[in-house]
Write a new protein. Sequence first.
Length: 416
Amino acid sequence: MNPNPSKILGINGLGRIGKLSLWHHAGRKYFDTIVINTGRQVGKSLEDLIHYIERDTTYGKLDSFLYGYQAKPVIREVNEKEASLNINGVTVQFLQKDRNPKDIEWAAHGVKLVVDTTGQFLDPSLPANAPKGSLRGHLEAGAQKVIASAPFKLKEGTPMPEDAVTTVMGINDKVYDPLKHAVISNASCTTTCLSHMIKPLLDYFGVDRVLSASMATIHAATGSQEVLDRLPKEGAKDLRKNRSIMNNIILTTTGAAKALQLVIPEMATIGFIAESVRIPTATGSLIILVMNFQEELNKKPIRRDLINSIYESAAKANDKGYLIYSEKQNVSSDIIGTPRAAAVVEGHETHARTGAININLEHVRGIDKAILDQVKDQVTSIQVTQAVIYGWYDNEMAGYVNMLGDRTVSIAEAMH
């Protein structure tokens, strides 16, 4: 086993994010060894697990993904007895016994850093011995750090533990403190895209000029949805989740608004609404962001060209390529595979309209009546500009998994 624990990565779960994270790190080669916990036997043999790993309906074959049309098979040294193999020079070890994080044999395999991609353990306040398992179970099993590939879910009123933090690369990743934080959330694909769309506007205009904001994500299908209609489970609240994603546009919810405040705290002062619509595509999603700004005297009017120039400048300043500004006429499939792009802003479709809003000061909270009595005209007019911005994101490999990979490597480097 590799003597350097910082070069060993543990991955819990081998669903969409787990599998594609394996692809990412097999290509990146930062880690010499990857230990994957599936929590159960897969198929009849290791060959069945290889069958699942080496091909993907959305992204094609693993070898072609890594090396294009000149690719040769990249999976070698298959050891059925040891449940191990080599992918592109990276040793991969499979654990297929324990589902509860506290029981996984991380310590025995030298794993100090774990990425939990199951989506099952998202409450950082639960103790390691929680009956149904918890993120902290990984720490008890030998890991020093655990990254959740989804937003935290705390019960209402439960404070965030001091050693837990939510970060998005390129937005607030520097708030991670290796001496303090042991449990890290990489937020969600939608929050990742949204934060990169909102941050440039807040940096330019400031929070005070934003009157309100809303977003809707037109989101590709996920593994939590049904292929065909299915009978709801006992106590199910959202009956639409049991309807066929292959044949429907499905209204659902998103936690992007709450998660956004964790990575951009200023958003807590802005009225913000976030909605989600699921559509029958495999990946490639879209955020429609609506921002309402107050126009100010002696300030440059907010127009389409100004907004696009803000994004263009922000994209050029982003040396990691997390934000891309595009004036091409894209469709969703064009976004699949865009490297490390949290958001691809579709400048061709940016819109801005300015209009007057009349406000009756009598109905405004906090204004003293004595002051109102001195005002001659209690109806005032303000100029408001509504801007609509479109941002594409590959919610699987290119947008989310690549940035999760960057977060994982940055934490590993800080563990040296």
